[in-house]
Design a protein around this ligand. Sequence first.
Ligand code: NAD
Length: 273
Amino acid sequence: MLSKPASAIRFNRLLLTGAAGNLGRELRPRLRAYCEVLRVSHRSDLGSPEAGEEVMTAALEDKAAVLALLEGVDAVVHMGGVSTEQPWEDILAGNIVGGYNLYEAARKQGVKRIVFASSNHVTGFYRQDEVLDTHVPMRPDGFYGLSKAFGENLAQLYFDRWGIETVSLRIGSSFPEPADRRMLATWMSHDDLERLVVASLTAPIVGHTVIYGMSDNSTTWWDNTHARHIGYRPLDSSDVFRDQVEARQQRVDRNDPTALYQGGGFVTKGPFD
Ligand SMILES: NC(=O)c1ccc[n+]([C@@H]2O[C@H](COP(=O)([O-])OP(=O)(O)OC[C@H]3O[C@@H](n4cnc5c(N)ncnc54)[C@H](O)[C@@H]3O)[C@@H](O)[C@H]2O)c1
């Protein structure tokens, strides 16, 4: 966790969705330092709130519950939803209907800034020998990636029509350490995740901005030049793990689609009939 001055508080009330998920659990104690009240939500009961928190339960596909979730909120960090390739019905409920409910609630409750956990799988069918900027056409690698593409388009629509600002974070792989060679390019430390989310919440003007969520890795497939106004400066790097990752995974088969495409294993994954 980053050390913060007492003046770190920038918001009255922030909402964190998906607070019991992997990244939600990381962000929950960190975001408390930036607001008077952190509203944490999940589809199932989170138990008692910590100091400086409110707890609310909401399934994202429950329109009325999501409307109540956004009442009195300054900004949203939206980590909730289906986070891997899953049956279409789950993706539809959590990411498509849930995304719509979230933005409709933001419009009705006057919430002006959302930080949306999108995914690198929006562009997973580009090859690993290509470097993408944030304006390239989307090439999702499955229905999960497609639902994140919908989320980014939703964000664009709600900015163009109603002025609700979003930073769409195309998160690479945010784990304690990179697990394989692919993650040498896609990895983002949890401290850098915090830096990225806070920069996205506090940059003065963002419109709808797309930014790849990665640390300062030597190997990279992504170029965030068009998102420099966000002011995100990663301070960590996968490079310190390179030797051990390469020793563990010595050979890469270039005919294997999971090694060829940026989406890795997601390009062949899926519960398809
Ligand atoms: N962890 C990563 O490296 C990574 C990479 C790319 C994108 N992301 C995105 O970041 C976000 C957080 O990722 P994570 O690793 O914490 O995922 P996670 O699956 O651990 O957390 C997501 C949470 O959302 C909840 N959820 C799912 N469907 C829901 C619904 N219909 N209503 C309410 N809650 C629902 C889940 O129960 C879960 O607790 C996700 O949106 C994911 O797609 C994460």
